[in-house]
Design a protein. Sequence first.
Length: 237
Amino acid sequence: MKIIIDTKEKIAEMAADRYVRLLKEKPNAVLGGATGSTPLGLYAELSRRCKAGEISFKDAMSFNLDEYVGLDGTHDQSYRYFMNENLFNHIDIDINKTFVPSGIDTDSASDYDKAIQAAGGIDMQLLGIGNNGHIGFNEPGTPFGSETHVVELTESTRSANARFFESIDEVPTHAVTMGIKTVMNARSVILMAIGSAKAEIIKATIQGPVTEEVPASVLQLHPDVEFYIDYEAAALL
Ligand code: F6R
């Protein structure tokens, strides 16, 4: 486990350096993407570097962690829309090689793991972390053996995400998410955390017991995991 602590600007740059190294070594790498506020600085940096010719995604593929059930990719709160707006439209990736679980055809959830395997497996999975320790939308109590599946969102997650919707009533009640096992199968994982609201859960994730009650704590068992944490989120370590 590697832990990098710096300002939020610097961790975004250092995480971008990690992508540069990976794509130099393996231009057709399979990337695992995340949404939320945390990766926005990283995505802006990757977009900037791609425009400057410092990195290319033209042979890469990507699989996102999760999607809200009931929202199609044209909905401005869908995670497909988020990825297009914040990353894919600004880099040279082939959009046909970017995948986000379907929030509409949820019967196909288990095919997502098969598609990842058929692509050769994820080389590097990016994660944020929920205030309750969720990764993807794997809420506390999710079995470590889980694969891509539909979940009911907790009230804590729905209220944390309500800021993006007109009201909490509009926040979907369910999501489809890669499972914990899907994430752990990635050859490498980078988790980013920003801000004091994440300080307690970052301590529990890195220094607490490995327990399904703190889904991200499973990362202690991953052979190649890096945490990129800003000073505020690292305050209790
Ligand atoms: C997003 C995702 C979630 C977020 C987490 C943190 O695809 O899977 O686990 O990473 O909820 O969200 P932010 O970054 O908004 O604090």
